[in-house]
Ligand binder design. Sequence first.
Ligand code: ITT
Length: 193
Amino acid sequence: MITKLVMATNNANKLREAREILAPLGIEVLSQREAGANCDPEENGKTFAENALIKARAVYEAVKLPTIADDSGLCVDAMDGRPGVYSARYAPEGQHCAKLLEEMKDVPEGKRGAAFRCTIAYIDENGHDTMSGDCKGSIGYEQRGTNGFGYDPVFMVGDRTMAELTAEEKNAISHRGAALRELYKYLKERFGE
Ligand code: ITT
């Protein structure tokens, strides 16, 4: 079984969550910087999978070690799935939640459904593959909680926002947790226990 992976990301929160999820499964995650890569490729794919592969390939070419990348985002039903793959580019830094609440202000209860989606790309010398996970919830009416990152303060799961969950609670239900557990299954099948 593989015990070390490089993660192609510039997002420290994604890296932290991947470590929290994979460490108990016996997999150490090195940041791209720790592995000696400094990549920030243009994410011009149309899907989470395309963008995850763009990021994973760029770092793999630099380090030549088994590498993963995470492309993720929030898909809002009342916004026809937006911002989706454009989630990071939806608003200037720090204004994503406020802009989303404003865009959703006239959407009634019952039509506020949304899902976080995450695709993980894995690449090594033998090729690449992708696996995905999602987490269904809804968009709240105000920002609540200080844990997590990104859209977590406006994403409701039950009666709490994702930012009101502990890291352990979030990882157990999150899109990233689901996708990384799929990755673990895939690696076990390929490399054995
Ligand atoms: P890298 O591409 O370097 O990995 P990034 O932050 O640019 O980092 P993405 O392009 O995948 O990552 O954009 C993901 C967007 O979706 C970003 O705006 C996040 O805030 C949001 N997002 C993803 N996962 C999230 C989560 O678990 N909680 C809240 N927001 C999340």
